[in-house]
Design a protein around this ligand. Structure first.
Ligand code: NAP
Length: 342
């Protein structure tokens, strides 16, 4: 077992701005004293999320003032433990907790998910996989035989929404913007891949799906939201997972025509728009995580990671490269879940 150093580095938000690089700085701190129920995790990998920029802009906790730690999820091994911890040193674990962009994470034993092995492909199952798993089951109430539209389908969370909807027995339509993403979506079993740079989403839906789609897993906003609303089936459900196209400005956009006719559209179709935010579903996390791990281990679920090897700044390694990885997510070029090795 590696010796725990007396000091270690972590990324801190020093200034509230959507520009993650400008917002953050690396800080060196003293190794913590562990409480009796806490463990110290040496992070091997951390996960990058679209909302890292929302977090650095102070949109998660409007009252919080910098400096504060940043990063939503990590994966590593237990290197120290409190007196009442039953987990063994060396145990691989993954966790979701604010402040994950750190070399060592101090966290309660009950808040981590033990893993069968140290494997970076478990990391996307956390924020991204759990969002897809819980939102489709609890919020969309997805049923076998339904038609599902997933936007940003080849991204961190989209890849799992596609696969979990296929496992449920649904017909899945996925949107993306590059050939390499389209190839991944076909490999994941997506029935209809729409590269929106080549085809218009609304036109394809109205022509090929005249009865509409039952569930929309929508994370982009703007035209994607419009097309989803316009093409909902009777009793359709559009789940707002996010609206990445509006994060930079902080504003959600949709056509005024879509918004003004929304009550009539929803009423006429017996349809609904539902919001989903993972921190509000704590009670489903452990069980869904176990389900996802089992699906992955039994090779029913693939987990595609992107460490930036194809980006100018990659492969991403070290806390210093986290800003590059966050910027990379917004280039729309990443395929699957972006991770950084520490
Ligand atoms: N509600 C929750 O609890 C929760 C949890 C996790 C994630 N999310 C949301 O899920 C969405 C995806 O997040 P992620 O972390 O998994 O990212 P991601 O999907 O890995 O990456 C973002 C992808 O979004 C697509 N995109 C479309 N329009 C974009 C634009 N204007 N700017 C940037 N990207 C655009 C791009 O793919 P294409 O161009 O190929 O479409 C891009 O690759 C975000 O809206 C995020 O906030 C929500």
């Amino acid at each position: 077992m590696a010796q725990v150093p007396e000091t270690f580095k972590r990324l801190m938000v020093k200034k509230l701005t959507f520009d993650f690089r400008e917002a953050c700085a690396i800080e060196e701190g003293k190794a913590p004293e562990l409480a009796e129920n806490e463990i110290l995790v040496k992070n091997n990998y951390v996960g990058i999320n679209a909302s890292d920029k929302n977090f650095s802009a102070g949109r998660y906790f409007p009252d919080s003032a910098p400096p504060f730690p940043v990063g939503f999820e990590g994966l590593g091994v237990v290197v120290q433990k409190g007196s009442k911890v039953s987990m063994q040193l060396g145990q691989p674990v993954a966790y979701m907790a604010n402040g994950a962009f750190t070399e060592y994470m101090q966290i309660e034993e009950s808040k981590v998910i033990p893993l069968p092995e140290l494997n970076k492909e478990f990391l996307p199952l956390l924020v991204s996989g759990l969002t897809a798993g819980i939102a489709l089951e609890q919020t969309a109430n997805l049923k076998k035989g339904e038609t599902v539209l997933v936007t940003a389908a080849a991204g961190g969370t989209g890849q799992f929404a596609v696969q979990l909807a296929k496992i449920t027995g649904c017909h899945v339509i996925g949107t993306c913007s590059t050939d390499s993403k389209a190839a991944l979506l076909k490999e994941l079993g997506c029935d209809r891949v729409i590269n929106y740079k080549e085809e218009n989403l609304g036109d394809v839906l109205s022509k090929e799906y005249p009865k509409g789609v039952d569930v929309v897993y929508e994370s982009v906003g703007g035209e994607m939201f419009d097309a989803g609303i316009k093409n909902l089936a009777q009793h359709g459900r559009l789940v707002v997972i996010g609206f990445i196209s509006g994060y930079e400005s902080g504003e959600f956009t949709a056509a005024s025509e879509t918004m003004s006719s929304l009550p009539r559209t929803l009423l006429g179709k017996n349809a609904s728009v539902r919001g989903f935010f993972l921190p509000g579903h704590v009670e489903h996390i452990q069980l869904t995580a176990q389900k996802l791990i089992k699906l992955y281990v039994t090779k029913q679920l693939k987990s595609h990671v992107d460490n930036g090897v194809h980006s100018d700044k990659g492969p991403f390694k070290g806390l210093e490269s986290i800003s590059d990885a966050v910027d990379y997510l917004y280039t729309k070029k990443s395929v699957g879940k972006i991770i950084v090795e520490l």
